[in-house]
Ligand binder design. Sequence first.
Ligand code: SAM
Length: 282
Amino acid sequence: MNPSEWFTEQVPGAESAFSLKIKQKLHEEQSEFQYLEIYETETFGNLMVIDGCTMVSTRDNFFYHEMMSHPALYSHPDPKRVWIIGGGDCGTLKEVLKHQSVEQALQIDIDERVTRLAEIYFPELCESNNDPRADLRFIDGIKWVKDAAPDSVDIIIVDSTDPIGPAEGLFSEAFYRDCYNCLSENGMVVQQSESALYHMKLIGEMRNAMSQAGFKTLQTLFFPQCLYPSGWWSATIASKADLLKFREQDCADKSFDTVYYNADIHKAAMAQPEFFKKTFSL
Ligand code: SAM
C-alpha cells in the first residue's frame, strides 16, 4: 500500500484510524480559522477535511445531516425558527428546509471559506441555499447566541467541528446557558456529541453542562457514520420541555425524501444502550 494514495485520520487516545483511498487532492488552504482540504476519493466521492479531521463525504453525509435535523424537528411541537451553528457545508440547512413549518433557517458558521468550498465540491448540499427562508451568516456562533434576545429561536442545531479550536466554546455550560436564554418555551438544542465508544467523558461533560444550564430533558441518539471515529456517532438533544414528544404521524406522513431517516429509525435511534443507561443512570 502506498500511503500517499490514502487519506488517514488517526484518533488520538483510541489509537485507531480510518482511511480512504484517494484519487487526487482537489484543494487545500489555510483559512483565517482552520486548515481546509478537499480530496476526490475512490469510493466516497469528495471528502472535506478540516484540521486533519474528516467532516463530510459525498457518499455518507446523509446519515449525519438527516439525524442532526429531523429527530429534533419532529420532537418539537411547531418548529418555525431554526438556527444552525457551524454546519458550513450546508447539508444540515438543506435537511431543515425540507420542513414546511420552518419559516427561518439561519446558518451561522465562523468560516465563510467552508461554505464557498462546499458550493464548489458539494453542490448537492448547497442546493437550498437560495431558498428565501435561508439566511447564511459568517460570524462566531458563540457571540451570536450570547447577543440574541429571549424567545428568538425554536431549535438550535450545533453542527460544529470537534471541541478544539474555534468550536471549543460551543461545548461549554456558558454557551448552553446562552442558548437556553434565547430559545422559545419548548425550545431545544441539538449538538453533535461524538462517539459513545470513544468519547463517553465528553458526552458526560456535555450532558452535565446542558443540565446545569437549565435544560429539563436530555436525549442522546445514535446513528452510523463510518467516516467519523469508531463509525458510530451520536447527537444529544437538550430540551426545555419536560418530555420529548415524537410527532410520529407527521413523520410517517412526511412530504419529502430522506435516505436514512424515517419513523422507525427515529424510534430506534432513541433507544439507549445498556452501558449508556448505566453510566448516566437512565
Ligand atoms: N459534520 C461535521 C463533524 O461532525 O465533523 C461538522 C461539519 S461543519 C463543516 C463544522 C463547522 O463548524 C465548520 O465549518 C466550522 O467553521 C464551524 N465552526 C467551528 N467553530 C465555530 C464557531 N465558534 N461558530 C460558528 N461556526 C463554527
